[in-house]
Design a protein around this ligand. Structure first.
Ligand code: GTP
Ligand code: MG
Length: 429
């Protein structure tokens, strides 16, 4: 009776399928039960390195997404380079006119103003495109005050540019939706004027004013100008190093999530990267598993743009105090990253004296170890005195552009945060 055998077989197969589906559903249920949201907030003053840390997390947990985004970083790199060129020309102009008759004129060669003026003339098309490029990249968002900057919200990558490759032959047209027209023009101009940009960057006037610290540039400026020929290549694709160096102001709060596996359990790790605008932070505070606070300790000789009397380390300490003492955060664990240690070392090696800017530093040695410990002790003291958190403060010295070192720290932080998350959920249940 072949029909009966077939029916029996069909029933067995269908039961096996049903069992499989049931098992899978149960597994999904179990996985969902195991899936936990770990919320981590990145806080710290503007330019402290929050978004750079977010990129390092992305590199660790989801490097393929960083790969997909590479093309969208290209116009931002152009913008950083063009902004650097424009800033140098503005600052030189100011310096030549205001310092022309000062006693330190000995540093300045009388031929420099004419030489710089010639270079400026050639670079004019490039620098006049800066504002429109900023506007295109920010999708029309402008922020009151200050010169052109690029401000981005979550998901900007898909807005800025398509992910197709960008050969030179294509550069004249832009893409069909009209996006990237200015960025294409910037790429073409940079390719044409790269030798003039390099000539400016190598000019002794620029080197001298940088050495005398009268010329202040964004931290990304030197990096991209050193690399101007590479970034002007027609098939240029930003490297991880380029992406980490980019300066791009975050607007509002951007959210990034990664699925991570820890000790056999699945967690959804949600990172909130908060742009300089402080008032936007508060609503996101209360159920955060952890706060990672970034304080750039290289900034001891810098002042706030919006308040030139406030030293940036003082500002970081104030922000840290209000973060530690915020009662909404009493259950969050707290990680402090004393960031930009590479820049701190460079400044100290160049002979910049901490006591000149922070008088309480007194007669201590101007060595990296002493300075770093001095700042660490100050921040730790704030947490000890004002901290409402029940848990200890984890402190790391970081140089966020160093991939290997930062990835090691991320492993430690992941572990500490998950452990404290488990501790918190045990308290709650
Ligand atoms: N040298 C050095 N540069 C760093 C370090 N960390 C970040 N940067 C650079 O500092 C600049 C600012 O970093 P961001 O990550 O954009 O700062 P942010 O805190 O997100 O700033 P906002 O979005 O304005 O709040 C970027 O150009 C980074 O490449 C570091 O440890 N060392
Ligand atoms: Mg940012």
């Amino acid at each position: 009776m072949p029909g009966v055998v077939e029916n029996d077989q069909a029933r067995r197969v269908s039961k096996a399928i049903d069992d499989d589906i049931k098992r899978e559903r149960e597994q999904i249920k179990k996985r969902q039960k195991q899936r936990k949201d770990v919320k981590v907030m990145l806080l710290g003053q503007a330019e402290s390195g929050k978004s750079t840390l977010q990129k390092q997390f992305q590199l660790y947990h989801a490097s393929q997404t960083l790969d997909r985004e590479r093309p969208s970083w290209r116009p931002i790199v152009y913008f950083n380079a063009i902004k650097a060129v424009r800033t140098i020309l503005d600052e030189l102009d100011w310096d030549f006119t205001t310092h022309a008759n000062r006693e330190d004129e000995a540093y300045l060669d009388p031929n420099w103003p004419a030489q710089i003026s010639r270079i400026r003339h050639k670079l004019l098309p490039l620098i006049t495109i800066e504002d429109s490029l900023a506007s295109e990249l920010s999708s029309g968002v402008t922020v009151a005050g200050g010169r052109s900057g690029v401000f981005v919200r979550a998901g900007w990558q898909s807005v800025v540019t398509s992910t197709r490759s960008w050969p030179v032959a294509d550069m004249h047209g832009g893409n069909s939706s009209g996006q990237g027209v200015v960025a294409n023009m910037a790429a073409r101009l940079l390719a044409e004027l790269q030798y003039d940009a390099a000539e400016l960057w190598q000019h002794p006037a620029v080197k001298t004013l940088l050495r005398m610290r009268r010329l202040r540039l964004d931290e990304s400026a030197a990096f991209f100008l050193d690399e101007v020929h590479r970034i002007s290549e027609p098939d240029y694709l930003p490297t991880t190093d380029d992406i980490l160096h980019v300066r791009l102001q975050t607007l509002g709060v951007t959210e990034h999530s990664f699925d991570i596996n820890f000790g056999g359990n699945h967690y959804t790790w949600i990172l909130y990267d908060v742009g300089g605008a402080r008032h936007a932070w508060v609503p996101y505070f209360d159920d955060a598993t952890a706060i990672i606070f970034l304080a750039p300790i290289s900034a001891f000789d810098q002042y706030l743009e919006e308040d030139p009397r406030t030293n940036r380390i003082d500002d970081s300490l104030q922000l840290f105090t209000s973060t530690c003492s915020n009662k909404l955060l009493k259950n969050s664990s707290m990680v402090l990253m004393l960031n930009k240690t590479d820049l701190l070392k460079k400044k100290l090696q160049a002979g910049v004296m901490v006591k000149k800017y922070i008088t309480s530093y007194g007669e201590r040695e101007n060595r990296y170890e002493d300075v770093a410990e001095y700042f660490r002790a100050h921040f730790a003291q704030v947490h000890k005195r004002k901290g409402v958190q029940k848990q200890e403060l984890y402190i790391h010295f970081t140089s966020m552009l160093d991939v290997r070192a930062t990835q090691r720290i991320i492993v430690d932080i992941n572990e500490a945060i998950i452990k404290s998350y488990l501790g918190q959920s045990m308290l709650v249940s």
